[in-house]
Design a protein. Structure first.
Length: 111
């Protein structure tokens, strides 16, 4: 994943596949019984906890857990944060798997 782009105040859905990068070739990471936490934080937030995260989402129900597939779904209320560039991360059972740039953009409508 390169950059997550979230439209402010809109529902956000993304199908994610987690792989075990500790083995070659990479194999799906078994998500059975695992809780994933997604957060969006200011780039200046270097705290270990998520107390100041702008967006926090925890879930433990996965689409195809043995294949490492799950869906991140955010409500319009959860994405109603200030426009800007942030950092996002995913934690599986409290262990950070990856930090990714995240941008919250204005919704553009065309007629």
């Amino acid at each position: 994943m390169n950059t997550i782009e979230i439209q402010r105040g809109n529902i956000y859905l993304a199908t994610l596949t987690f792989t075990d990068k500790s083995v070659t070739p990479n194999v799906p990471y078994d998500l059975t019984g695992k809780t994933i936490r997604f957060t969006v934080k200011k780039n200046s937030d270097h705290r270990e906890d998520d107390d100041e995260a702008l967006i926090t989402k925890d879930w433990s129900s996965h689409t195809t857990p043995l294949s490492g597939i799950t869906v991140l779904d955010l409500t319009a209320i959860q994405t109603a944060v200030p426009l800007g560039d942030y950092k996002a991360d995913f934690k599986i059972d409290g262990i950070c798997t990856e930090t990714i740039p995240c941008t919250v953009v204005r919704v553009i409508t065309t007629r």
